[in-house]
Design a protein around this ligand. Structure first.
Ligand code: NAP
Length: 342
């Protein structure tokens, strides 16, 4: 039987080209505007293929994997893989890959854009300019916060939580703003201390000291609600929080409460706990900038992510070991050997 790949979303052309060149039959299923199939539709479609390429945050629970005893790989289109039950895949002998590195700079740009937009109230000012209410001097003022030393002549403190690829790319962008950078990452204390211009902080100390806090850790059991009410209460009243990691890393309900009370100055979010829904009250706040999960959304980067995901899928289809394997232990399992023998 010929081997097939399932792409249940609107893949960029560059990814499709990789699959065409590999002469692999591909089944695409999605709505006319790129709408994702339901879990039940995914379960039906996965029965007919050998490898699945899910879209970044598209859920792939165990029952999707169980639907096909011959599935030989899942090639996620995204660096985060909290959408996939990797532990379950490993038990079943299914390799899982992601697309690290190619979206690092683009996501760091977006985090930085959100930081600046929140600090300087750019969307609010833009909407006011378009509203026709602006009558010149004396109108509504949009007092923001300096990112560089500015009028206070004080170096601002940038706190980075999760000092991996994207966290470090955000740190590099801070250099032009003469910021002091502090970082927290539980297993990287020694390596952080070796990076010039960065000081290690325990989480609570980082929260107390920073003017801007930006989240870049993956979503895991340990990082779920890493930033909750207790942590938000440690922040300065003038501080701004940026989240481009994953929604559930931050307790969104607790965030709405502290923002309503003006306990912190503002928040810039690209990700939410229950996308595409926002926590009640969040959209009504004036001190937020809210984006629809567009961290890696540039034509070039999404194209390159599709290339990486497609190459990983082709390797798995051919029973070879791809570069970006998340669960390498799978290769020692008899279940995996059985799957590739078929
Ligand atoms: P990465 O290189 O793996 O960096 C994540 C860092 O967070 C790692 O150093 C990791 O340490 C650390 N970490 C793990 N647990 C932590 C904790 N409890 N507290 C603080 N740090 C912790 O990943 P990346 O490429 O920078 O991507 C980071 C995340 O960004 C992804 O997982 C994804 O969810 C998100 N993302 C979002 C978008 C978007 O569209 N908004 C785009 C791209 C990525 P260890 O390696 O020791 O675990």
């Amino acid at each position: 039987m010929s081997k097939r790949i399932l792409v249940p979303w609107a893949m960029p052309e560059r990814g499709k080209e990789v699959l065409r060149r590999a002469k692999i039959e591909v089944i695409f299923i999605h709505g006319p505007k790129g709408e994702l199939p339901s879990i039940n539709e995914l379960i039906q479609a996965v029965k007919q293929v050998d490898v699945l390429i899910p879209r970044g945050t598209q859920p792939v629970p165990g029952r999707v994997m169980m639907a096909n005893p011959n599935l030989r790989g899942i090639a996620n289109y995204g660096v985060g893989y909290d959408n996939i039950d990797v532990a379950f895949a490993t038990r079943l002998g299914i390799p899982v890959t992601n697309t690290p590195g190619v979206l690092t700079e683009t996501t760091a740009d977006l985090a930085w854009a959100l930081l600046m937009a929140t600090a300087r109230k750019i969307p609010q000012a833009h909407n006011y300019t378009l509203s026709g209410e602006w009558r010149g001097p004396g109108g509504r003022s949009f007092m923001g916060m300096d990112i560089g030393p500015g009028g206070s002549n004080r170096r601002k403190v940038l706190g980075i939580i999760g000092f991996g690829r994207i966290g470090q790319a955000v740190m590099r962008r801070s250099r032009g703003f003469k910021m002091k950078v502090v970082a927290y990452d539980p297993f990287l204390k020694e390596s952080i201390e070796k990076v010039k211009g960065v000081e290690y902080r325990e989480l609570d100390d980082l929260l107390r000291e920073s003017d801007f806090i930006t989240l870049h850790c993956p979503l895991t059991k340990e990082t779920h609600h890493l930033i909750g009410k207790r942590e938000l209460d440690l922040m300065k009243p003038t501080a701004i929080l940026i989240n481009t990691s994953r929604g559930p890393v931050l307790d969104e309900k607790a965030l709405v409460t502290v923002l309503k009370k003006g306990r912190i100055a503002g928040a810039g979010l690209d990700v939410y706990e229950k996308e595409p829904r926002l926590a009640p009250g969040l959209a009504k706040l004036q001190n937020v900038v809210l984006l629809p999960h567009i961290g890696s959304a540039t034509t070039d980067t999404r194209g390159q992510m599709a290339v990486v995901a497609a190459k990983n899928a082709v390797m798995m289809l051919r029973g070879k070991r791809p570069r970006n394997i998340i669960n390498p232990e799978v290769y020692h399992s008899p279940e995996y050997v059985r799957r590739v023998k078929i």
